[in-house]
Design a protein around this ligand. Structure first.
Ligand SMILES: [Zn+2]
Length: 272
């Protein structure tokens, strides 16, 4: 499932290729992918708008147009390609955004992904928490924020209103790096542990962005040009059940936290 580093990879790749292009229309095969637009209105409104820039907020890709924002949430299985219009159609690309001789195709076999064309992007991203590198987050403010919450660490870190961008992979990796158990109550985390957790989150996300994201399976995330992201090779615990912990050599275990598959080292992640 694409998380912050995978979406950031798309944002950086698209920022080099989309600005200056003008959308000419859209083909929408699955109207539920447009929670805020009618499919016909979406294409008409998109047509004629030039792309001014591309960036990311949380797990949403954000495309700045002349009059609107186009936001794309990849959710479970979404991926993007930018191809010549004559490229063989992809039956899983239910949303195709046309830009003259090129097409931005949103491939999404499970159809959970969403596109939004809105005048004000806060309609979609308004409730998101801060980015992990937001200046307002220091080791002290992060420790204080955890101290106010009774939630368990993993569900809290997955909560996009608390912190934007993390998903299953990078929460498991960050908690392992900080030697914290996913079921530990946030308010029990010490100031030192909070500082370690914040540093781990930032460092792991930076590593993952530098690696171009994580491709977990053949059908998983692919970069714009179809290549795989290189982060999975650097993952320490996620989907490594039974393998030796790189720190203490105990076998990594899989547990379930809030219906999410979770990977921990029982040796160095003790529950507080
Ligand atoms: Zn260990």
């Amino acid at each position: 499932m694409p998380e912050l580093p995978e979406v950031e990879t798309y944002a950086r790749d698209l920022a080099r290729r989309l600005p200056g292009l003008t959308f000419t229309g859209a083909r929408i095969g699955w109207p539920n992918q447009l929670p805020k637009n009618d499919p016909l209105e979406f294409g008409l409104r998109l047509a004629g708008q030039r792309v001014l820039g591309v960036d990311r907020r949380g797990k949403l890709l954000r495309i700045r147009l002349e009059h609107d924002w186009l936001l794309i949430h990849l959710k479970m299985s979404g991926s993007l390609t930018l191809v010549a219009a004559e490229t063989t159609p992809d039956r899983h690309a239910h949303a195709v955004l046309e830009a003259g001789e090129r097409e931005l195709r949103f491939r999404d076999p499970r159809k959970f992904g969403r596109l939004y064309l809105v005048a004000d992007d806060s309609e979609v991203i308004g409730k998101l928490g801060p980015e992990p590198w937001d200046e307002s987050i220091t080791p002290e403010t992060f420790a204080a924020a955890l101290g106010r919450r009774s939630a368990r660490l993993k569900p809290l870190l997955l909560d996009q209103t608390f912190l934007a961008g993390l998903g299953n992979i990078y929460v498991d990796e960050s908690l392992w790096a900080a030697e914290l158990h996913p079921l530990t109550q946030a308010s029990r985390v010490t100031a030192l542990q909070a500082a370690r957790l914040l540093a781990a989150i930032r460092q792991i996300l930076e590593t993952a962005i530098a690696a171009g994201g994580a491709t977990l399976s053949r059908s998983g995330f692919r970069r714009l040009d179809g290549s795989a992201g290189a982060m999975f090779a650097q993952v320490q615990v996620f989907r490594r059940t039974g393998e030796a912990c790189p720190r203490c050599a105990k076998p990594i275990e899989r547990i379930v936290v809030g219906q999410r598959s979770t990977h921990i080292c029982p040796g160095c992640q003790r529950r507080l």
